[in-house]
Each structure stands twice: as structure tokens, then as C-alpha cells.
Design a protein around this ligand. Structure first.
Ligand SMILES: CC(C)(COP(=O)(O)OP(=O)(O)OC[C@H]1O[C@@H](n2cnc3c(N)ncnc32)[C@H](O)[C@@H]1OP(=O)(O)O)[C@@H](O)C(=O)NCCC(=O)NCCS
Length: 168
């Protein structure tokens, strides 16, 4: 059995102590994620040690939200898309506490995020999953998991629904 569990962010989680080293994502978790999750604007899920007691230390987290994208011309999108924006799932944020970097937590979080996004896309439609890499180095990080830049030198990457469903 996995020692970790994925939970929707709530009051039992210790947001204050989380530090990934990237201020923008840390601030989002501390200041915005809870309100957005409560209101359904986006959903933030946190990875914690199973059976941990409140305030539960957060090992890592990610945020998913529906989005609309103008995807004509992106790699691997179906030909003949409507001119209007079409639906997708945005991986808004993903981060791991600095104390846990290098232990495969991000890989695990990304696999979980992909599974949830696939369920959502299959249920409602949508062309795939989108992520905006925070740094140039992170473009390579997402490419390792099948995402492709939507254009040369773009920090926005895309994984089509077909790949979400079929690839590991
Ligand atoms: C990027 C981040 C999520 C990686 O988390 P992690 O749990 O240490 O990653 P993993 O242990 O699962 O590593 C997976 C692979 O990605 C690589 N990787 C890790 N951080 C990377 C980075 N910043 N850039 C490029 N590759 C990276 C690892 O070397 C590893 O490769 P390996 O299997 O060959 O060793 C983490 O460093 C982090 O939270 N950074 C700050 C927040 C951030 O930048 N979030 C992304 C916003 S788009």
C-alpha cells in the first residue's frame, strides 16, 4: 500500500510550512488555493503521508481547472478544429516541498493529475491537458512525460487526450 495519499486541499493541511523554492507557487498555495478550491474555481490536491495528523505536512500539490484554448496548429490536435476556443484541462500549478525534491514526488503527482484530467476529459469532452512551464528548464521536465510545446520556444505545453488515455 502506498504510504502517500492524495487529498483535496482543506483546513487540515499545513499550507504555511510548505516551501518548494518557487515563490509564486508557494504564495498561491498559501493565499489563494483554498478559496479557489472551496468555490470550485479550480481544485488543488495535496499529497500527504497516509494517516498524518492535522496540521498535515504537504509533500506536494497540483491544481487543475477547466480552460478554453485556441489550439489550431498545436502539435497532435485533431485537424479541422472549430475557430472558437475549445475545452481542455489546465495543470495550473505543480510543486513539491524542497525537503522532498529528487524523490520522485513530482513524477507521482503528474501521474495522478493525468489520471484525473483523463477522467474529466472523457466525461465532458476536451482536447487534452495544458501546462505553462514556469522556467525554461521545466519545459524539459514536462517533455519527458509526453507534453509538447505548442510552438517553438513556447513555455506552454500540451498533451492530447488520446495520449492521456493510452500512454503510461
Ligand atoms: C520541479 C519540481 C516539481 C520537481 O519535483 P521532484 O519531486 O523533485 O521531481 P522528481 O523527483 O519527480 O523528478 C523527476 C525528474 O525530473 C527532473 N527534474 C526535477 N526538477 C527539475 C527541474 N527544475 N527542471 C528540469 N528537470 C527537473 C529530475 O531530475 C528527475 O529526473 P530523473 O528521474 O532523471 O532523476 C520541484 O523541483 C519543484 O517543486 N520546484 C519548484 C516549483 C516548480 O518549479 N514547479 C513547476 C511549475 S511549472
Amino acid at each position: 500500500m502506498s504510504p502517500f495519499v492524495l487529498e483535496l486541499l482543506d483546513a487540515s493541511h499545513d499550507r504555511k510550512s510548505f516551501s518548494s523554492g518557487l515563490a509564486s507557487v508557494d504564495d498561491y498555495l498559501k493565499q489563494t488555493a483554498r478559496g479557489h478550491t472551496d468555490k470550485g474555481v479550480s481544485l488543488t490536491r495535496v499529497l500527504v503521508v497516509a494517516d498524518s495528523m492535522a496540521p498535515k505536512p504537504i509533500l506536494g500539490f497540483f491544481t487543475l481547472t477547466p480552460c478554453m484554448v485556441e489550439a489550431a496548429g498545436w502539435p497532435e490536435v485533431p485537424k479541422g478544429l472549430p475557430r472558437n476556443p475549445v475545452g481542455a484541462v489546465l495543470l495550473g500549478r505543480l510543486a513539491v516541498d524542497a525537503s522532498m525534491h529528487g524523490h520522485g514526488i513530482a513524477t507521482r503527482l503528474l501521474a495522478l493529475a493525468r489520471r484525473i484530467a483523463a477522467g474529466s476529459l472523457l466525461a465532458t469532452g476536451g482536447i487534452g491537458m495544458v501546462v505553462d512551464a514556469a522556467t525554461v528548464e521545466l519545459v524539459g521536465f514536462y517533455q519527458r512525460y509526453g507534453f509538447r510545446s505548442i510552438a517553438e520556444d513556447s513555455m506552454r505545453l500540451f498533451l492530447p487526450t488520446r495520449s492521456l488515455i493510452t500512454d503510461p
